[in-house]
Design a protein around this ligand. Sequence first.
Ligand code: ADE
Length: 225
Amino acid sequence: MKFDIITIFPEIFDFYFKHSILKKAQEKGVIKIKVHNLRDFTEDKHKKVDDKPFGGGRGMILKLEPIFKAVSSLRNPKQIPNPKSRVILFTPRGKKFNQKMASQFAKLEQLILICGRYEGIDERVAKYLCDEQISIGDYVLMGGELPALVFIETVARLIKGVIGKSELLEERITKEKGFREYPQYTRPEVFEPKKGVQWKVPKVLLSGNHKKIEEWRKKHSKIIE
Ligand code: ADE
């Protein structure tokens, strides 16, 4: 799987991709992540990526041409349309992202992610250039960079080999392919935040009785589909 990110703030991604599980995944060759600076796709000497909105209004709008050039350079012209590749635009107007969508995206080979910024992005990007518009929730951020990080982490961890202990992960994937989240504890068994107060680990988890433990986990699980 290759993730191609188009952004005017490539530095936002640097730290994260160099210091997380995603770094290891890239070293192992399980995924590839490439960050592309939108300014590298401009042709004027000021590397202008934004302009005033037609019709008037506040703020600046990301221009169409550099995004068009960036997307065109990343897509294999011999493979358009390519069922294994998607161009995604992050916008609060998009379809709300969830675990099921992440599983579908994890089966593909290339995801080109466009991060919007400023007050908006020329609507022709949404209309002609991208295959899907995605929102990570009903709130407005200042740009698509954090949504892209959320998206990549959610999709990447479903790709085989990204998370080391895949057997453990398998154990938590349900028949319906949802992900089973239940409370977990580690040592100490009893923690005393102050005198006379004890925060304890549920007894059943210390019992060694696997059947009972499984029942308890089932009861306290949330299935994320
Ligand atoms: N850009 C700004 N807010 C966003 C959101 N909630 N989801 C995706 N992209 C965004």
